[in-house]
Design a protein around this ligand. Structure first.
Ligand code: GSH
Length: 224
């Protein structure tokens, strides 16, 4: 049987899944969304991606994309009406996202779950994570978004992680000396595409009616 839409296995609160959903939204593509409960992953997802992380995208030809960065890039390679993939920018994008996914995520997890990592105090973990925020602050001092005056794949790939960092202790975050990162995050939190990416869906079960993401009316707006 050939599927009519790609299938995205997603988890609303996962920052990797957020970047995949943002990539699809900015590309103006539709998928069938299957909201996953991480403690009870569907057999259908594990059959196509045994490593068991979200997001996973299964294309209509059966091919499977198992890494969030690859899902964003695949989506924007299909269609990029708002120019999120600036020409020649891929090496810079990859290096920033790499830094986010390795170094920043490492300190973010320890900052968030400091009780599980007694080696340092919570504020020491936070300070280590701030190294990356300083890098972002430098970029956002020069331009509205990370790579220039318009949104790029670097912004949507990194913002969900900065959001998570901020939400560990919002009061503390907004007291830190990164006004441009704070402004950038605030703008993202109210951005209609991010709001759309965060709509809640019921967990998927085999046999459920397909949930199309995004809703057709949003698709029209996104591609204007
Ligand atoms: N490198 C993967 C990482 C994805 C990832 O770690 N996702 C988390 C949720 S945020 C997950 O699925 N963890 C598996 C689990 O908790 O069982 C990607 O970029 O897609």
């Amino acid at each position: 049987m050939t599927a009519t839409l790609p299938i995205l296995y997603s988890f609303r609160r996962c920052p990797y899944a957020m970047r995949a959903r943002l990539g699809l939204l900015f590309a103006g593509l539709q998928v069938e969304l299957r909201e996953v409960v991480l403690k009870n992953k569907p057999r259908e997802m594990l059959d196509i991606s045994p490593k068991g992380t979200v997001p996973v995208l299964q294309l209509t030809n059966g091919a499977v994309i198992e890494e969030s960065r690859d899902i964003m890039l695949w989506a924007l390679e299909q269609s990029d009406p708002q120019g999120l993939l600036p020409e020649g920018a891929l090496p810079e994008v990859n290096s920033l996202i790499e830094q986010n996914d390795t170094e920043f995520k490492y300190w973010l997890d320890r900052y968030k779950y400091f009780e599980r990592h007694p080696g340092m105090t919570q504020s020491e973990y936070r300070q280590r994570g701030e190294g990356f925020l300083q890098e972002l602050e430098g970029r956002l001092n020069k331009s509205r978004f990370l790579l220039g005056e318009t949104v790029s794949v670097a912004d949507i790939g990194i913002m969900p992680f900065v959001r998570q960092f901020a939400h560990v202790d919002r009061e503390m975050f907004y007291r830190l000396p990164y006004p441009q990162v704070q402004r950038w995050l605030q703008d993202w939190l109210k951005h209609p595409t991010f709001v759309q990416a965060m709509i809640k869906y019921q967990p998927w079960q085999a046999g459920d009616e397909s949930v199309v993401f995004p809703l057709p009316e949003f698709l029209v707006r996104a591609s204007l």
